[in-house]
Design a protein around this ligand. Structure first.
Ligand SMILES: Nc1nc2c(ncn2[C@@H]2O[C@H](COP(=O)(O)OP(=O)(O)OP(=O)(O)O)[C@@H](O)[C@H]2O)c(=O)[nH]1
Ligand SMILES: [Mg+2]
Length: 484
């Protein structure tokens, strides 16, 4: 046992210093092919993780009624995350920036004005509406500030930038006036749904109604109201004409001849004015809370991402250390049945140690439960088989069958340990940060689903094959020594 562990542990040390992605550059200095190939397998898993860590940790903001206490809770959450970041990484350059952002959000949350964004597709009447609202002010206790976004859903080179600008302006606004000219397109419908998901109050304007006959207007309006019934109240769907076009009117004269004239219907935004007045009087404060809540969520996302990156930096070496220990044991003393690999790969101690990095304390029993849940999912997914078969196949084509048993197991064990470790990291990182609890129960279903996702994201068999091949080609002689 001792001699079996010594050598691979040394390799493990090298693995730690070179990181996960430097396989090619270090392959020459490695002593045993089994361990090298293991490193290769690990690299396959590491690639996905590497690309993942730069993406943001998403803080979900579903459609919820944001009241003062919801907002206060969110604020204290983000403060908790920032102070935890300060404890765990006092020199993080992010801390000052986050505190400034949070202070800015808090200042914003006491502003008196209400910001109303005017948005919608191309040529729906955004400009005309802005002009009308600024020249004939809506009665409101709060000063109103109108912001017009660039047109949405345009095509062409600048449309992406325009849409991004529109989204930013909209996200920071307290109320959204979304203009359309008829039935919603699928794109418009989707966009409105997203605004709803982000807790934004949307008033939907059926504009340019002068182009419809009076009977049609009501039908279209009702159709719109029923289309958005799940997300927008009927009262928040109103018809307007912001710049009616002149229409030809034919009048019969007293002498029987007819005279054609151009007439223009008057501008009509009365329904909108009325509804805006209502909304601002009743929900003026709520609108600001919801805006602040979105802004707090943004800061929270940045803070949590920063904290999770700090923790990931501690977790990855720990996972790597574990995978080498497990790999070494399996390499030296192959298990009698492959199924046991899953059990060996997910050990309670790793669960406890990773939990500690994420400030979550687990009893040995809890850790054990999580470990065996993950082991079961691995078996159910056929992960052990897939891994060992792929490795065995590659080894066979490289004529090193005489070490296959130990190699296959060592490599597979390391890969499975890594999957388990990454799963735990993913799971723990997604948990809400709370004041330290003595113990926290596992959501085993969520853990299983997370494992499935991590596994799927790491299922780069082709890549694993390439790396295994490269390792064996380079270190055949050492492999013979190691095996002999
Ligand atoms: N018939 C009719 N035409 C309108 C109405 N509102 C706007 N229009 C016309 O639609 C065209 C676009 O109006 P804008 O107010 O510039 O619309 P916009 O959404 O700012 O347009 P873009 O910025 O180009 O996307 C103009 O020709 C307007 O005269 C309306 O209520 N009825
Ligand atoms: Mg315009």
């Amino acid at each position: 046992m001792n001699t079996g562990l010594q050598r691979p542990l040394l390799i493990g040390g090298i693995g730690l210093t070179v990181g996960l992605w430097g396989l090619d550059s270090v392959s020459h200095s490695l002593a045993g092919v089994g361990d090298l190939v293991t490193l290769g397998a690990i690299a396959a898993g590491g690639y996905w993780w590497y690309s993942r860590r730069n993406s943001q940790t998403q803080v979900p903001v579903g459609k919820i009624e944001v009241d003062r206490s919801t907002l206060d809770k969110a604020l204290s959450q983000v403060e908790l995350v920032i102070s935890q970041l300060t404890i765990e990484s006092p020199n993080s350059p992010q801390i000052d920036k986050l505190r400034q952002e949070l202070a800015q959000v808090q200042t914003n949350s006491t502003r008196l004005d209400r910001q109303i964004v005017i948005t919608g597709g191309q040529r729906v009447g955004k400009n005309s509406l802005l002009k009308l609202l600024t020249t004939t002010p809506v009665p409101s206790a709060a000063p109103l500030k109108y912001i017009k976004t660039p047109a949405l859903f345009a095509s062409g080179a600048e449309s992406d930038a325009a849409e991004l600008t529109a989204k930013q302006l909209t996200s920071n606004a307290d109320l959204v006036l979304f203009l359309t000219n008829g039935d919603l397109t699928a794109t418009e419908y989707k966009y409105i749904g997203e605004l709803h998901q982000a807790n934004q109050r949307v008033v939907l304007l059926l504009n340019q109604v002068d182009r419809y006959l009076p009977d049609e207007r009501n039908l279209i309006l009702q159709k719109l109201q029923s289309t958005v019934a799940g997300t927008i109240a009927a009262a928040d769907v109103v018809s307007t004409s912001t710049a009616p076009a002149p229409i030809k009117v034919r009048k019969i004269q007293a002498d029987g001849s007819s005279l054609e004239t151009l007439e223009t219907l008057p501008v009509d935004i009365a329904n909108l004015n009325q509804q805006l007045t209502n909304i601002l009087a009743i929900d003026g404060e709520k609108l600001l809370w919801a805006t602040t809540y979105r802004q707090v969520a943004d800061v929270q996302t940045t803070a949590k991402t920063a904290l999770n990156n700090v923790r990931l930096d501690r977790a990855l070496p720990l996972i790597e250390q574990n995978q080498w220990i497990v790999a070494a044991a399996a390499f030296a003393n192959p298990l009698p049945a492959l199924d046991l690999l899953a059990t060996a790969a997910v050990n309670a101690q790793m669960v406890i140690d990773l939990g500690a990095i994420y400030q979550q304390k687990f009893s040995f029993e809890q850790a054990q439960a999580a470990a065996s849940a993950m082991g079961n999912v691995m078996l159910k997914l056929g992960l052990v088989e897939l891994c060992t078969q792929t490795v065995a196949g590659v080894l066979k084509t490289n004529a090193v069958t005489f070490v296959a048993g130990g190699l296959v197991q060592g490599l597979s064990a390391a890969y499975l340990t890594r999957i388990a470790g990454l799963t735990l990291v993913e799971y723990l990182a997604a948990q809400d940060l709370v004041a330290p609890e003595p113990t926290r129960a596992w959501n085993l279903d969520l853990l299983g689903n997370t494992l499935q996702q991590v596994f799927q994201a790491n299922q780069r068999v082709a890549y694993l094959q390439t790396v295994v091949k490269q390792g064996i080609d380079k270190l055949m002689p050492d492999a013979r020594v190691a095996a002999g």
